[in-house]
Design a protein around this ligand. Structure first.
Ligand code: NAD
Length: 280
């Protein structure tokens, strides 16, 4: 009989997530029986205080792993038995493997972003980059950029304290000389090779672009983490100006590829998951 995996996504507002379908289809392609459930805390009436019970019940009910998303990526950490160094550096976990009575915390947001950029623009990975948005997604993107070898990451956020906290976190791992906080986006872009939007601006319900589109130049590559919609205002404007673009779907696919590996111990086919993602 084929191996079975029971997986779930824990977070709020996750009803439309494509993660279940991506994981189940990839499982089927490996001859595995993967069942992936949405565990929406809002619908279940659960908050961060209920996370300990939720994890206990997931184990009792035979779950093999969970993806964790907003707002629980930090709150889950004290409940784990083991944390990978990168998840520890980032202070965030988006993947929990439940195996042999142990809870193993991993972060595939950063590795998923790095995978997406490396695949789409392999020649750009050492560029100087401006990172707009210093929340959880921004920290993961910054970590991915620096891990790939970005010469420098300038962090911009309307909330200066968040920009500073993100820069300190990244510099602790990759060195002060490779990370800075920038208050003037236009000046920061002047000597950058790429720019990444890691704010929610551009999502359905948050129209616009955190990077004024008038600042885009054809030699600047442009990446977005927002993937509802896939074609954000920023991505559309960047294409129109002739910039190379990496839309947010790449990170979503990349994190799923790496999470599948953690859950099953198998190497996911990134192209196949990307094809599933495009179909969904
Ligand atoms: P968050 O709220 O933790 O952080 C967002 C940050 O952006 C905040 O620090 C905020 O001050 C800053 N910000 C907002 N508007 C800004 C502006 N105009 N200019 C500069 N800074 C601004 O959110 P998050 O969890 O980091 O998520 C951000 C986005 O990333 C969301 O849209 C989320 O859906 C997306 N995301 C995508 C993936 C993926 O796989 N593609 C993964 C994780 C998150």
């Amino acid at each position: 009989m084929s191996e079975r995996y029971l997986l779930g996504l824990v977070g709020t507002g996750i009803g439309a997530s494509l993660t279940p379908a991506m994981q189940e289809r990839e499982g089927a392609a490996h001859g595995l029986r993967v069942q992936y459930r949405i565990l929406d805390a809002d619908e279940l009436g659960l908050g961060a205080d209920d996370l300990p019970q939720l994890l206990t019940w997931a184990e009792r009910l035979g779950y093999d792993g969970l993806n964790i998303t907003h707002p629980f990526k930090q709150a889950v950490i004290p409940l784990l038995d083991e944390l990978s160094d990168d998840a520890d550096d980032l202070g965030a976990v988006n993947t929990v493997v439940l195996r042999d009575g142990r809870r193993l915390g991993r972060n595939t947001d950063w590795s998923g972003y790095a995978r997406a950029l490396r695949t789409a623009l392999p020649d750009a990975v050492r560029d100087r980059v401006v990172l707009v948005g210093a929340g959880g997604a921004g920290a993961a993107v910054g970590y991915g950029l620096l891990d790939l070898g970005a010469a420098h990451v300038a962090v911009v956020d309307t909330d200066t304290e968040r920009a500073e906290a993100c820069a300190i976190r990244l510099a602790k791992r990759y060195g002060d000389d490779r990370v800075s906080v920038a208050s003037d986006l236009e000046a920061a872009l002047a000597d950058a090779g790429g720019v990444v939007n890691a704010t929610p601006v551009g999502m359905h319900g948050h129209p616009g672009s955190a990077v004024p589109v008038g600042l885009l130049r054809p030699d600047l590559w442009v990446s977005d983490v927002v993937y509802f919609p896939l074609e954000t205002e920023l991505v559309r404007a960047a294409r129109e100006r002739g910039c190379r673009v990496v839309p947010g779907g790449g990170m979503a696919v990349g994190q799923a590829v790496d999470a599948f590996g953690h859950f099953t111990g198998r190497v996911a086919d990134a192209d196949r998951i990307a094809a599933h993602f495009r179909e969904l």
